[in-house]
Ligand binder design. Sequence first.
Ligand code: FPP
Length: 251
Amino acid sequence: MSGLHVAVIMDGNGRWARSRGLPRWRGHLGGVESVRDVVRAAPDLGITTLTLYAFSSDNWKRPAAEVGRLFWLLREYCTRERGELLENGVRVTAIGRRDRIPRSALAELVRTETETAGESRLHLRLAIDYSSKAEIARASRELAQRAETGSLAAGEISPDLLYQTLTGGVAAPDLLIRTAGEQRLSDFLLWELAYAELYFTTVLWPDFRRADLMRALADFRRRERRFGGLGARPASPPELVPANEPKRRAV
Ligand code: FPP
């Protein structure tokens, strides 16, 4: 049975550092600790796919020194964690553009992808130089080219085919977590999150640990997912159902 797909917008590294009088990059360093903890915890909590927003295409607007630190941290994470990721059955892949990733970080990332390719306990997807709008445009271009060359009829383009082209068939996230109190999607998995449950917490990402992930999952399990249908609605009108009665999950 396939488990849950959880996606995370890891936010609040800068605020975490500032509140301690530290430079911003120390917040990102703290954020790597949280990545480590969450990746370790995920399989035991029923998560089989974890997508982390590590660097958005809009993050290039940040000072070069901060961008450099972020890619240095990515490289270090890949180099230092590869052994443990393999031991724990974690397969790593990256989504987003690759042509602008600094060469040494890209080399470690690709090596990690290659060496972990056979693992299946957890699929860790790192969104790097990622823009959902750009990804949707890329998938659309790919389909348009197939239509131009005659291998696809324009009428065959359906939501399912576009989804498949966009994601390679990875199941959509069940739950999106965003830390640090912001309540927006910031160009992350716009199509894929169509029916995801959204969970916002004020916890800053460098403070986010297994217990916070468990809290998010407990909240998720109380949600009733209807995907636009009627789901497992109670027969009685909502006002007759005691307010604190837990809802049944429809999936
Ligand atoms: C947002 O916090 C966070 C980021 C832009 C980067 C996230 C990166 C990491 C957690 C470390 C590297 C990741 C891996 C997978 C090794 P912010 O800087 O926007 O925080 P702020 O809103 O408080 O300023």
